[in-house]
Design a binder for this molecule. Structure first.
Ligand code: UD2
Length: 341
């Protein structure tokens, strides 16, 4: 090789190296933000603002060393778990009052479950967001039988007709679809929060603004002391509600959940779609929408968790850590009230 050729080869090799370095640098520069976007695990639907207190508000001095020591009050993803003794209504109520909020509640009373409605509505008047704007939506196949319950100023009830069903599983599962439609047709942008509640239950104690959050789940009273291996999650991989052994956080109730309307719309839409996808594959999750809700809440971590005070069961004796029962399922005879067994 003569010296001219050697120089040319060296120049070409150096140029190649330079181009290679520039390409690699450019690729990483371009891909870095993409990867960040893909990996970002936070879905922003609602942006919570910090609480603003009225000036000179008088309330008990808060402490970070004295408080509940018998229960866990924060999840590993740092969402609060609400128990009696973890919040101060004297501080919270004025903060939320100033926001002029509206709270919606959906409740289904189809077939023989209509008999639970009066107690549900009457006790809601006594305990559920007393002093706030509340709009209860009753979904029923018997609108004429809906009891007349006197409601306080700022509270109202609307009745929506739904068809009857031959299987209780259908009624329970169809709730997600109707909740999604309710939010999209009537609540989006107007009501601030919504709770979706079982009708065969009564309020026994205060349920108020301490329960508000972006995405709110209630811990099921039947499983909060158990290992997650025994939670009745859907365990068949064919279902979209599948949660594998060794996975999951808590077991949440299908009988009470809620949050900001935008968050609940997303939840209802996803669970409804997953329920449909399962139906196309000929599978129904073990606990219908409760299984889909559990799967959803495992991936989309609730921003507030309500302790089992917020949905107890009358047949269970009270445990020492339960200082108050706020809402509880009544004892019922399934064979007598369901359209199928
Ligand atoms: C659990 C859940 C429930 C639901 C169900 C699985 C709790 C306390 N309950 O309760 O929310 O997830 O498992 O599907 O977490 N309904 C009617 N008419 C009927 C049947 C049901 O209106 O004929 C409505 C009614 O609002 C009732 C709800 O569906 O409260 C749930 O049905 P359930 O109470 O029979 O379900 P259950 O006790 O198995």
């Amino acid at each position: 090789m003569n010296s001219l050729n050697f120089k040319s080869v060296t120049v070409i090799v150096l140029l190649g190296l330079l181009l290679g370095v520039m390409y690699t640098y450019k690729t990483y520069r371009v891909c870095d933000p993409c990867e960040l976007t893909v990996r970002s695990a936070v879905t922003i639907i609602t942006q919570e603002v910090h609480p603003v207190s009225p000036d000179h508000l008088k309330y008990k001095q808060p402490s970070i060393i004295n408080g509940r020591k018998d229960v866990v009050t924060v999840t590993p993803w740092l969402s609060p778990v609400v128990w009696e003794g973890t919040f101060d209504p004297d501080l919270l109520n004025p903060i939320y009052k100033a926001q002029n909020l509206s709270i919606a509640a959906s409740v289904f009373a189809v077939g023989k479950y209509i008999k639970f409605l009066r107690d549900f509505l009457e006790t809601a008047e006594l305990h559920f967001f007393v002093g706030f704007n509340v709009h209860i939506y009753v979904f029923t196949d018997q609108p004429k039988v809906v009891p007349q319950v006197k409601m306080a100023a700022g509270r109202q009830l609307s009745v929506r007709s739904v068809p009857s069903a031959k299987r209780w599983q259908e009624i329970s599962a169809r709730r997600m679809e109707l909740i999604q439609e309710l939010i999209e047709a009537e609540l989006h942008g107007s009501n601030d929060y919504i709770f979706c509640l079982d009708v065969d239950s009564k309020f026994h104690g205060h349920w108020g603004v301490e329960s508000l959050g972006g995405l709110v789940a209630v811990i099921h009273p039947g499983y909060y002391k158990d290992d997650r291996s025994v939670f009745p999650y859907e365990r068949r991989p064919l279902s979209t509600a599948y949660i594998a052994p060794g996975e999951g956080d808590f077991y949440y109730c299908g009988g009470a959940f809620g949050g900001h309307v935008g968050e609940v719309q997303q939840l209802a839409k996803t669970c409804r779609q997953n329920f449909r996808d399962d139906a196309e594959r000929g599978i129904e999750a073990a606990w219908q929408e409760e299984s889909h809700l559990n799967r959803y809440m495992w991936i989309n971590k609730p921003s507030k968790i309500l302790s089992p005070e917020y949905l107890w069961q009358d047949f269970k004796s009270r445990e020492p850590e339960i200082h108050i029962i706020r809402f509880s399922g009544v004892v019922k005879n399934y064979a007598e009230i369901r359209p199928n067994v």
